[in-house]
Design a binder for this molecule. Structure first.
Ligand SMILES: Nc1ncnc2c1ncn2[C@@H]1O[C@H](COP(=O)(O)OP(=O)(O)OP(=O)(O)O)[C@@H](O)[C@H]1O
Ligand SMILES: [Mg+2]
Length: 245
């Protein structure tokens, strides 16, 4: 299977706080990889490093075999068209409408004319079941809806890779299922994904493979079945929920 993204021996320290000692893993084309680990193990930092919002201290991040970890800002712009980060908070622009939030990447990254953009935006809003709220402002919709609009914006350009940072956190079960459905559609449209989450049941439904970060390293890599078969007490505690994840 083709590795479209690969982290090799990534290390990262903030001031005196060592977050990553030696993190290596890869993402195959077409899969959703679950990225698990306790709070503070650096999952968000990994996602931020992939799109160049953090600079790693050592190691390599390869996209289709090319290093992307030391790129100048100008080149990061095109990386961020292919690798899209769905922020933990949704991170909508408050002063523009739902429609304009989703249209934004098209104006930023494409030369499409307005009627085409309008068609695409409405199509994506339908996928996230927000087409009726197209003219609402972010403050007028619920947190769950804001997350879905954030997802719509990240998947707008059909990125090759979607980085999902806790897209189901804080949502009620109905909204969780809606978000998982959106992730399935994104996958069917050709986006591979990295799914950072503490929601193990949600991850088990949608991820093809998992890694668990612990003490700055990858402590586990494998399928759900491998995880269930593992006799490692740490892995077992993850599955039973006794380990706080
Ligand atoms: N810009 C920064 N400057 C200094 N320290 C940072 C910065 N970003 C992250 N950290 C630290 O790095 C560590 C890992 O943070 P990160 O947000 O990646 O954890 P996480 O695994 O995503 O946690 P959670 O599951 O709670 O979201 C934390 O100790 C955090 O305080
Ligand atoms: Mg995080």
């Amino acid at each position: 299977m083709e590795k479209i993204l690969e982290l090799k021996h990534v290390a990262k320290t903030f001031d005196h706080r060592v977050v990553h000692k030696d993190v290596s893993f890869h993402l195959h084309r077409g899969e959703i990889l679950g990225l698990l680990g306790n709070s503070g193990t650096g999952k968000s930092v990994i996602l931020r490093s992939i799109i160049g919002l953090e600079v790693i201290d050592s190691g390599e991040i390869l996209y289709h075999g090319n290093r992307i970890d030391q790129l100048p800002e100008k080149k990061l712009f095109s990386v961020r068209k292919s690798i899209s980060y769905a922020f933990q908070s949704g991170a909508l622009f408050d002063s523009i409408s739902v429609f304009e939030n989703v249209a934004y990447p098209f104006f930023e990254h494409t030369k499409l004319k307005e009627p085409e953009i309008e068609k695409k935006v409405m199509e994506i809003l339908r996928i996230v079941k927000m087409e009726e709220a197209w003219d609402k402002m972010p403050s007028e919709i619920s947190g769950g809806m804001q997350k879905r609009v954030g997802l719509a914006r990240s998947m707008a350009l059909e990125p090759e890779i979607l980085l999902y940072d806790e897209p189901t956190a804080g949502l009620d079960p109905v909204n969780v299922e809606m978000v998982l459905d959106v992730m399935r559609v994104a996958k069917a449209r050709g986006s591979s994904g990295i799914f950072v989450t503490h929601d193990i049941p949600a991850a088990s439904k949608i991820c093809d493979r998992f890694i668990i970060i612990k003490d700055g390293r990858v402590a586990f890599e494998g399928t759900w079945q491998n995880m269930e078969d593992s006799t490692d007490p740490f892995i077992q505690s993850f599955l039973t929920g006794s380990e706080k994840v």
